[in-house]
Write a protein that binds this ligand. Structure first.
Ligand code: SAH
Length: 362
């Protein structure tokens, strides 16, 4: 979205208030402008009749409403939709809409590629190009909202589980999730907007100061040895430090916050009953739900899907141990839209893709 003007979608409510106050206007102009845009769908300043002609002129000069461009759309036989969305200079990210049981869950990307290189995730193998702006994140929700509008439906849940590590793009992700939860914008409840993280511990403490957004932690292993192998970030922020941050996030005044542990089941690696036992012990004083994700294979990976029998045994063990444990079904596999299959188009600046391809071919 190259433009020398400000993009309205980069502003959450407090940033917009600061903009108006900073340019000599009153704070409540922010509320008026947001209502025009998000509630009434007016995307031209001309039509905003309760703003003065002068102010409309200033806005038209300084601001645009720019959503990222959709390059391609794929429709799965199970109703899942994947959009390939162009961000800047030729990079693309992917956004996935999953309709299920009356809910419309949108899986949103936060970065072009990812720096974390989790061993079982294909996004990391693409390398990394950069962070998405707030507008590029919120723009993904606008794209899905517009598509659902045609069917008289809306986006009911957002999970920041697409490409990238949301908490390494902290400021933009925070503003974007503020807009998703703001009644003046998308108005989705805080229980239905989730930031998923591989465990950027300092950012979890920062979040606790400013938001009640739901948190999902990509845990995937009950011990540091195994977790460091799967999620290299664990070497920097080991399990104990991560769980301390999680307990902090859901403690005290914030008892309405929701916390989920994500656990991708990899056959023979972390999916056996001894892993479930260790996991149940590890989490015993953390107020959380557990989400099991059967591994989705991608070309070049050596990991395998877990057997259905092992998956069921794992789930049953966790439930008997007292954890609400959901099994995530794979959706949109025919359009490569499942967890860990999102690759977009990344002009890799880390050369990781090159190194990875050399290794796979060797
Ligand atoms: N960086 C964020 C968002 C990543 S994707 C995070 O780590 O949480 C969301 C979830 O999908 C994460 O739990 C991730 O570990 C998981 N995942 C990645 N690749 C996968 C694959 N191939 N199969 C199943 N789950 C996968």
């Amino acid at each position: 979205m190259p433009t020398d003007r400000l993009n309205f979608l980069d502003f959450d409510r407090s940033a917009l208030e600061a903009y108006f106050i900073g340019s000599g206007h009153q704070r409540f102009r922010a509320e008026q402008l947001m209502k025009w845009f998000y509630h009434r769908g007016i995307r031209a300043f001309d039509g905003m009749s309760d703003l003065s002609v002068n102010l409309r002129g200033q806005l038209a000069e300084q601001m645009v409403f720019a959503t990222p461009e959709v390059v391609e759309r794929f429709d799965s036989t199970d109703g899942t939709i994947k959009w390939v969305v162009r961000v800047d200079n030729g990079n693309c990210v992917e956004t996935v809409l999953i309709p299920e049981n009356g809910r419309n869950t949108l899986c949103v990307s936060s970065q072009v590629g990812c720096t974390l290189d989790c061993s079982f995730c294909s996004t990391g193998k693409q390398g990394f190009n950069g962070n998405l702006s707030t507008a590029e994140i919120v723009g993904q929700v606008m794209i899905a909202k517009d598509a659902l509008n045609e069917r008289g439906q809306s986006v009911t849940n957002v999970v920041m589980m697409g490409m990238g590590e949301p908490l390494l793009n902290y400021e933009n992700v925070l503003k974007a999730t503020n807009l998703m939860m703001d009644d003046l914008a998308f108005g989705i409840s805080k229980r239905r907007v989730t930031i998923s993280t591989a465990g950027v511990v300092p950012a979890i403490y920062k979040l606790a100061e400013v938001t009640d957004v739901s948190l999902a932690i990509s845990l995937h292993a009950p011990t540091n040895d195994l977790r460091s192998e799967l999620v290299p970030l664990n070497r920097k922020y080991p399990i104990e430090a991560l769980l301390d941050a999680c307990r902090h996030y859901v403690s005290g005044l914030s008892d309405k916050r929701s916390l989920t542990m994500e656990y991708t089941l990899l056959a023979g690696v972390n999916d056996q009953i001894e892993h479930a036992r260790a996991l149940a012990t590890l989490l015993r004083d953390v107020r959380c739900k557990v989400n099991l994700i059967p591994f989705n294979p991608w070309p070049g990976t050596t990991y395998r899907k877990p057997a259905l029998k092992d998956t069921r045994l794992f789930q049953t063990y966790m439930m008997n141990a007292g954890y609400a444990t959901m099994l995530r079904t794979t959706r949109g596999a025919d359009i490569d839209a499942a967890c860990g299959q999102l690759v977009g188009r990344v002009n890799d600046r880390t050369r990781r893709r090159e190194r990875y391809l050399a290794r796979v071919k060797a």
